[in-house]
Design a protein around this ligand. Structure first.
Ligand SMILES: *Cc1c(COP(=O)(O)O)cnc(C)c1O
Length: 401
């Protein structure tokens, strides 16, 4: 007879199989138990036909991987602990010393910092290209170029590129093309089916932290592919660096996925209304929102996402240069519903002022505005309340600063 303490660990009761409910169960494990040494030796972490160790997957993470792959129109998916880890995993898997990676000038900032930091120290160089000039990308692709990142639209400044042409150039030159698809979220356009001929990116990376989580309370990233060999290459790096995700976090995303499109459409509709309102204000010289006529890349957004296409819940504005950055800071501080904070995709509206010239290559000269930029992430609050908040904060802008 075992003692109670042992029974608490090795209790023989097994609940009946066949439980079914709308949401899947949550499995959490570092250790996975094998029925025999032979089974232990036979199982392979590379494939989803069994379990080996918590880092390499549980029923909960396998389920989320399959759903994210389906959302993006891919065949394989790897989950990592953040969107940035997904970007790092891609670079670490496909780049070697002596290689070069090309990034758009409006790339997600930390992606550029990674290229300029770790990758440079490892002997991997990078170049920035002008995302609105496909010919500039083409001219920069050389024999060392092994990876091109594309983003639609660019982070913070929201210019929508001719994504189809950028991907076509990569295909023609035989260079791997990876998309940061966080903004599109698998909903605004099909990353693996950009045109009628089935042109697609090789890799689609997505910060699940944003819309798929939807709560501002989970950090996670995904790497989706349609090529088993490329997937295995990415997975080998993933296994070697030990990037796992927790069962509770995977469950939180699984729980939010069914409402993803409803939320995305609501964020989108509210952001467009506020962007249009901002466009009428004389304090603002430019509204950067791809679905707004006159915004940079609007025609390319329309061509890819459709006349009635989707456009997420983000936009930025450039204030007239007569307002100092201290006055724009006072505007941001005066907002009550829009909170100061990074990231986006959750229920709460957020605002961040950015110093764009310091984030861009001076040589490319892709940023021509003089005024200060503010980026809004529109949450799920009542849109009239948000508009009133913007209006009252505009008064702070007019105080001497
Ligand atoms: C937020 C974001 C990321 C990184 O996601 P984290 O989970 O915060 O690391 C990557 N790319 C884009 C475009 C993002 O907005």
């Amino acid at each position: 007879m075992s003692k109670p303490v042992t029974d608490l660990i090795h209790h023989p009761y097994q609940p009946p199989a066949g439980f079914s409910a709308p949401q899947p169960g949550v499995f959490k494990a570092s250790t996975v138990i094998f029925p025999s040494v032979a089974a232990m030796r036979a199982r392979d972490w590379r494939h989803k036909n069994g379990y080996t160790y918590g880092l390499h997957g549980t029923p909960t993470t396998f389920l989320l991987e399959e759903r994210i792959a389906a959302l993006e129109g891919g065949l394989q998916c790897i989950l990592v602990p953040s969107g940035l880890a997904a970007i790092a995993n891609v670079g670490m898997a496909v780049l070697r010393a002596g290689d070069e990676v090309l990034l758009p000038d409006n790339v997600y900032g930390p992606s550029r910092a990674l290229a300029d930091g770790e990758f440079r120290h490892w002997g991997i160089t990078h170049q920035l290209y002008d995302p609105l000039k496909p010919a500039d990308l083409e001219a920069r692709i050389g024999t060392k170029t092994k990876l091109v990142w594309v983003e639609a639209p660019g982070s913070v400044t929201m210019e929508f590129p001719d994504l189809v042409e950028l991907v076509r150039i990569c295909r023609r030159k035989g260079v791997l093309c990876a998309l940061d698809n966080t903004w599109g979220a698998g909903l605004a356009f099909r990353a693996f089916e950009l045109d009628a001929q089935g042109l697609g990116v090789d890799i689609s990376v997505h910060a699940l932290t944003k819309y798929p989580s939807g709560g501002g309370d989970v950090l996670m990233g995904s790497i989706v592919t349609r090529d088993e060999k490329l997937h295995q290459q990415l997975k080998l790096t993933h296994m070697r660096v030990g990037w796992g995700v927790g069962g509770n976090d995977a469950e939180a995303v699984l729980r939010s996925l069914p409402s993803l499109e409803l939320r995305y459409r609501a964020h989108d509709a509210a952001a467009r209304r506020l962007a249009q309102w901002c466009a009428q204000r004389d304090e603002i010289v430019q509204v950067l929102h791809p679905a707004l006529p006159g915004a940079p890349g609007h025609e390319d957004w329309k061509a890819l996402c459709g006349e009635d296409g989707l456009a997420a819940g983000l936009f930025s504005v450039v204030f007239d240069e007569r307002f100092t950055s201290a006055q724009v800071d006072a505007f941001c501080d005066a907002l009550a519903l829009f909170k100061l904070g990074y990231s986006w995709g959750g229920p709460m509206s957020l605002v961040v002022p950015y110093d764009i010239p310091s984030m861009r290559s001076a040589q490319l000269g892709t940023w021509k505005h003089k005024g200060v930029l503010v980026r809004f992430s529109v949450g799920l609050e009542d849109v009239e309340d948000l508009q009133r908040d913007l209006a009252q904060a505009m008064e702070a802008l007019h105080r001497p600063g």
